[in-house]
Design a protein. Structure first.
Length: 283
């Protein structure tokens, strides 16, 4: 069965995957980049190699989302998968179903800080990044491939994305705020692991030392230093030159209040007011 690690882009999904892969797929909990391969992205082009679709049509792989997941689940194992896709449907094709999915963790981040991370990752102005976040028809794919949308993900708007996962009755989902994971990493990681095991109806003692090692080895400074020394497998090439954009940019130091002027802060607060209240981001 599939257990999703879901989020809107630039919300802490990679860090959460690093924590979980270190805990579940290493002997002592110490992170290395190869561990991330245990929690791969869906959808990816390779998931549709057995199916007849047109890679030039943006939504064409959505017809095979369920069949691709059925193929993945043939291994009769627990399959952690990362996604930025909404929990919804396109052209009557559902993203997933109860037959293939057992649960999910959804990590959400203050949208005002998501915006600044999107600016860096996609090389956008603040207004372009805001338009990106508000676009209910938004999708992402590997922009370096020409006329190939095989790995397309329908992310919709930031609001629609998180609401699609938490306001549904298909599967159990635990909502985690990136900010809580930042402040109380070990405690929140323990909550997540216990949620996963309860959902799987497994009873295993929480390995405190292993979790502690995972937390220490995946803290932001360690990850940033690792990227500087040996690169990071999920960083992308700049659209403007041949160098890669740093994946680990500001992390916890990403603070919209120090980046945007008061007028723009007020604009963001107004746009996201209801969401900020719902997610307890207004103090």
């Amino acid at each position: 069965m599939i257990f999703w690690i879901a989020s809107y882009p630039k919300s802490g999904n990679t860090w959460l995957r690093a924590l979980l892969s270190s805990y579940f797929y290493s002997e002592e909990g110490f992170f290395n980049q190869d561990l991330l391969k245990n929690i791969d992205q869906f959808p990816e082009k390779r998931h549709f190699s057995d199916f007849n679709y047109d890679p030039k049509i943006v939504t064409d792989t959505s017809k095979f989302w369920i069949k691709a997941q059925e193929k993945i689940n043939l291994n009769n194992e627990l399959n952690f998968l990362k996604t930025h896709n909404i929990l919804g449907s396109i052209n009557n094709s559902n993203f997933t179903n109860k037959k293939n999915t057992i649960g999910a963790i959804y990590i959400v981040r203050d949208p005002r800080n998501v915006l600044t991370s999107l600016q860096n990752h996609y090389e956008l102005s603040k207004d372009e990044a805001l338009k990106f976040m508000l676009n209910e028809k938004k999708y992402i794919h590997d922009y370096q491939t020409k006329n190939d949308f095989s790995d397309f993900q329908f992310i919709s708007s930031w609001e629609k994305n998180y609401q699609s996962w938490i306001n549904q009755k298909i599967l159990p989902v635990k909502l985690i705020r990136y900010e809580d994971l930042t402040v109380n990493t070990l405690d929140v990681l323990k909550e997540i692991i216990e949620f996963i095991q309860n959902t799987l109806q497994e009873k295993e003692d929480f390995n405190f030392l292993k979790a502690q090692n995972a937390v220490k080895s995946t803290n932001f400074e360690n990850m940033k230093n690792m990227e500087k020394k040996s690169g990071f497998l999920e960083s992308v090439l700049s659209k403007n030159d041949i160098k890669k954009i740093p994946f680990f940019h500001l992390g916890p130091k990403n603070d919209w209040k120090s980046i945007f002027d008061k007028s723009y802060q007020n604009k963001l607060n107004s746009i996201f007011e209801n969401n900020l209240k719902e997610l307890n981001y207004l103090k």
